[in-house]
Design a protein around this ligand. Structure first.
Ligand code: NDP
Length: 385
């Protein structure tokens, strides 16, 4: 048996917890290098002790004393701050699970990629914002980038062994979120508590709101554009409320390959941890007779304009996906804080996108500068409210 090393960026989150649940089931196969969090120091310390991590990083340095106190007497090194986060990611591990939420995960994810090993990417905002800058770093370093997002993991599996030139369509499935049947009037009044209650998936707050606005699917469209080079015009979205078919690839001979599974992130995470092999998960087998029906329908871009905005941003290319992502992050945070209504999220993103067009980034620093400026412009819109 080969012992493999792993680092988990965003260990205290929903994807982090699912990953650690899998590691916990076969501890003899893994050596944990770095575990990171933003501010949940007690949780991070508990996990670092349980998994005998080499290093625990708290990105918000004001929580470092709490982390140090909680890890006193252990062998775990406790550090804090954004630079320490990047340094920990650059220590390298056989596999790094990039599961920080938002563009905040970009710099550490890039540091992991630069090590030229395997990076399993859940942090879609990083790829959406950095696009070609990240894919160029993957090519340069020789890293293997494995998609964790269930849709992209499904597509990755369906593409395996096939020539991308033979692809007719890649179809991303979308649950449609908790508001898929709501009228525009109902959407205007939607609350944060309603938005984070996803019908099929148990996820962090930000991605749950993205799922409700369909911005999640928009970000995934841009993510797919970078991961699978078949061209934007071959990428499409279909609403599939049961979230059983995680995505599909149709080939030019008329064959469509789909990946099916339970709505449990441990399935795609396990696929990346074991790739190119398989590992056992505790997930219940798929019971299609019990599920009974799988349904599909076209997305409605009048009620949910986010997918249209994302396609436009991807088409424009350059800095525009980073602008879209940053504006959305600010708008989602404002919605969760009760400062703006639900339908203002996509409206704010559209307004920021329409206001300016910075030049295309060529390096990580450019992406971070674009992200910062777009956030400032979105904040300006908030001040007007
Ligand atoms: P959570 O909000 O549950 O967890 C986010 C993690 O990132 C936590 O460990 C958090 O630390 C950390 N974090 C937050 N802000 C920062 C920051 N500024 N700097 C450093 N670390 C930070 O998110 P999810 O697990 O739901 O999602 C993580 C990523 O995976 C997202 O990009 C999401 O889109 C993607 N994804 C998630 C899926 C899911 O099922 N949840 C499915 C597919 C993709 P702390 O706990 O201390 O705040």
């Amino acid at each position: 048996m080969t012992i493999r090393s792993i680092s988990i960026l965003g260990a205290t989150g929903s994807v982090g917890a699912s990953t650690l649940d899998l590691i916990r089931r076969e501890p003899e196969q893994w050596r944990v290098v770095a575990l990171t969090a933003h501010s949940q120091a007690a949780d991070l310390a508990r996990l670092a002790r349980e998994f005998s991590a080499e290093i625990a990083v708290i990105a918000d340095e004001s929580h470092l004393p709490e982390l140090r106190a909680a890890l006193a007497g252990s062998t775990v090194e406790a550090v804090g701050g954004p630079a320490a986060l990047v340094e920990a990611a650059a220590r390298g591990a056989d596999i790094t699970l990039a599961a920080i939420v938002g563009c905040a995960g970009l710099a550490p994810t890039m540091a992991a990629i630069e090590q030229g090993r395997t990076v399993a990417l859940a942090n879609k905002e990083a790829l959406v914002s950095a696009g070609e800058v990240m894919t160029a770093a993957v090519a340069r370093s020789g890293a293997t980038l494995l998609p964790v997002d269930s849709e992209h993991n499904a597509i990755f599996q369906c593409l395996h062994g096939n020539d991308p030139a033979d692809v007719r369509w890649i179809t991303l499935t979308a649950s449609g979120g908790p508001f898929r049947d709501w009228s525009i009037e109902q959407l205007v009044a939607a609350t944060p508590a309603q938005a984070v209650k996803h019908p099929n998936w148990d996820m962090g707050a930000k991605i749950s709101v993205d799922s409700a606005t369909m911005m999640n699917k928009g970000l995934e469209l841009i993510e797919a554009f970078h991961l699978f080079p078949v061209g934007l015009e071959r990428l499409r979205i279909i609403v599939h409320p049961q979230s059983v078919v995680h995505s599909m690839v149709e080939y030019r001979d008329g064959s469509t390959l789909a990946q099916l599974g339970p709505s449990d992130m441990r399935v795609p995470i396990a696929s990346t941890l074991a790739w190119p092999r398989r590992m056992t998960t505790p997930c219940a087998p798929l019971d299609l007779a019990e599920i009974g029906e799988l349904t599909f329908r076209a997305p409605d871009e009048i009620r949910f304009p986010a997918t249209r905005l994302a396609r436009q941003a991807a088409q424009a290319g350059g800095a525009m996906p980073a602008v879209l992502n940053a504006a959305n992050e600010v708008a989602v945070a404002a919605f969760l804080a009760g400062r703006v209504g639900f339908t203002r999220i996509a409206a704010m993103a559209e307004e920021v996108l329409g206001r300016y067009a910075p030049s295309a980034p060529t390096a990580l620093g450019d992406v971070l500068a674009i992200d910062g400026e777009a956030r400032a412009r979105a904040q300006e819109l908030l001040e007007l409210v």
